[in-house]
Ligand binder design. Structure first.
Ligand SMILES: N[C@@H](CCC(=O)N[C@@H](CS)C(=O)NCC(=O)O)C(=O)O
Length: 200
């Protein structure tokens, strides 16, 4: 299998960390692909033109990091998503919240990168307020996932790393000591260090 990824994409990073954590490196080759290049390779794997995409040998490619992570999770034990019960919903809720936090941060990055004349403060304000609310929610919930290694906590750690990369002025650690401690435990893992985005 081949994972088409971009080194700056947080969605790609989730998949790349999971590959390392689950010992799947020999089964998944990582191939860098910039989505804006519209390479035939990427478009063949993902008609949406986005990374990540997982090209499989005898089966259709998988698109969207959430689906790709769920699929990769089935390939080795232990599972990073509980099979059933309240624990499953706790993890999937966290996955959704973390993906939403990434969506807002990516959206803000796109908006703030525009030419000043084209920038829309309305959207930047909405995105920044959504980011702050999501962080407060995660700080409040952090007791439930502080020491977890599952798809939910992985997503939250990647979303926080992406804030450091693209929105450091958010100073997200201020007043959120539990979340900062949680991130520190993830930050030192080899899977996290090996997938650090290049300097901005
Ligand atoms: N929901 C998707 C989001 C993927 C996504 O938006 N990737 C960005 C890179 S961070 C991309 O490929 N953007 C190119 C584009 O939107 O044209 C996922 O979780 O995989």
């Amino acid at each position: 299998m081949r994972l088409l990824y971009s080194p700056t994409s947080p969605y790609s990073r989730k998949c790349r960390i999971l590959i390392r954590e689950k010992g799947l490196q020999s089964r998944v080759e990582e191939v860098a692909a910039h989505p804006f290049d519209d390479s035939p390779d990427l478009l063949a794997a993902n008609p949406l033109g986005k990374v990540p995409a997982l090209a499989r040998n005898d089966a259709p490619a998988m698109v969207d990091s959430r689906l790709i992570c769920e699929y990769l999770d089935t390939l080795s034990e232990p599972r990073w998503t509980p099979a059933s019960g309240p624990a499953r919903w706790r993890v999937l809720r966290l996955v959704a919240l973390a993906d939403g936090l990434m969506d807002l941060t990516v959206g803000r990055r796109i908006e703030t990168s525009r030419d000043a004349k084209l920038r829309y403060d309305f959207w930047i304000g909405r995105q920044e307020r959504g980011i702050a609310r999501a962080l407060d929610e995660l700080e409040g919930d952090s007791g439930a996932f502080a020491n977890a290694t599952d798809l939910g906590s992985l997503g939250v750690a990647v979303a926080l790393g992406y804030l450091d990369f693209r929105y450091p002025e958010s100073a997200w650690r201020d007043g959120r000591e539990a979340l900062a401690g949680f991130f520190e435990r993830w930050r030192v893992r080899p899977s996290f260090q090996e997938t650090e985005p290049p300097a901005a």
